[in-house]
Ligand binder design. Structure first.
Ligand SMILES: NC(=O)c1ccc[n+]([C@@H]2O[C@H](COP(=O)([O-])OP(=O)(O)OC[C@H]3O[C@@H](n4cnc5c(N)ncnc54)[C@H](OP(=O)(O)O)[C@@H]3O)[C@@H](O)[C@H]2O)c1
Length: 241
């Protein structure tokens, strides 16, 4: 994948803005999702942004004038099909952990909620779906986390979007509010490693967010509906400003 120069990126963004596209974000209250929303607002890429989530976020001020929120019950998503109507692009940064939700809950959120949301989005007219999974996602893995992420990728692919971008970041670097001791320790160690090998094992959520948006304004690879962006590619794309 060729990373656009600053000049090319500026032109791509200008052309994209002219199309007045709309988008939704699943998981906008999460670490990646909130960076994505901030970057979308900074770049003013979309004419309307809809946050689809289980709780209302406190977004006040002029900055959020083209942002609306749809509160849904993910256990009864079919009743909220209207929330998924009329978006050109869908971003999904949804996810929980086994520690938080148990194994069944994790599968329910990270695979089933995502799959049903993708189906409703496609039915509602969404053309480009951007899904955040993880480095190592693999439907044949013996590790639950990687297997479920691989299954989610495959199920969303089966939905048949015109364009589908899969982001597989490594460990996310961010100032997470929620207490996740093991992840916190990993992040501390990886923060040091990142100084020496910046693209190997981790990635800042800000970089993931920028890479997602740079991907969206770029044309997809010709003749290919599905793109998989691994950690190093996300780094490279997310550096482009
Ligand atoms: N952590 C890592 O290092 C890492 C590495 C690679 C990939 N990933 C993957 O990247 C994605 C984003 O990760 P992140 O750390 O940015 O996310 P996060 O901060 O954990 O946020 C997750 C989002 O999902 C929503 N969510 C969680 N459980 C839900 C439920 N039961 N019903 C409805 N919404 C629910 C949260 O909403 P609320 O705010 O309402 O809870 C939040 O918006 C996840 O799929 C994750 O598995 C993570």
């Amino acid at each position: 994948m060729a990373v656009p120069s600053p000049e090319e990126l500026k032109n791509l963004r200008d052309c994209f803005r002219e199309m007045k596209q709309t988008c939704f974000i699943l998981g906008a209250s999460g670490e990646t999702g909130k960076e994505l929303l901030a970057e979308i607002l900074r770049q003013q890429l979309f004419s309307r942004v809809t946050l689809i989530g289980r709780r209302k976020l406190n977004l006040e001020g002029k900055l959020y004038s083209n942002v609306s929120q749809e509160l849904v019950d993910f256990e009864k998503l079919d009743e909220y099909a209207a929330a998924f109507q009329g978006h050109d692009v869908g971003f999904c940064c949804l996810g929980t952990t086994k520690a938080k939700a148990g194994a069944e809950g994790f599968v329910r959120v990270d695979r089933d909620y995502v799959e049903r949301s993708a189906q409703l989005a496609k039915a509602g007219g969404c053309k480009h779906f951007v899904l955040q999974t993880t480095k190592g996602a693999d439907s044949s893995s013996s590790f639950l986390y990687l297997r479920v992420k691989g299954e989610t990728e495959a199920r969303v692919q089966a939905v048949g979007f015109d364009r589908y971008s899969i982001f597989r970041p490594a460990v996310l670097l961010c100032d997470r509010q929620e207490s996740r001791p093991a992840e916190w320790m990993t992040r501390k160690v990886l923060g040091v490693v990142a100084h020496i090998f910046p693209t190997a094992l981790s990635i800042p959520t800000t970089t993931v967010a920028r890479a997602m948006l740079n991907n969206v304004v770029m044309p997809g690879p010709s003749g290919q509906k599905v793109e998989v962006l691994e950690n190093a590619t996300i780094h490279a794309l997310g550096q482009a400003k």
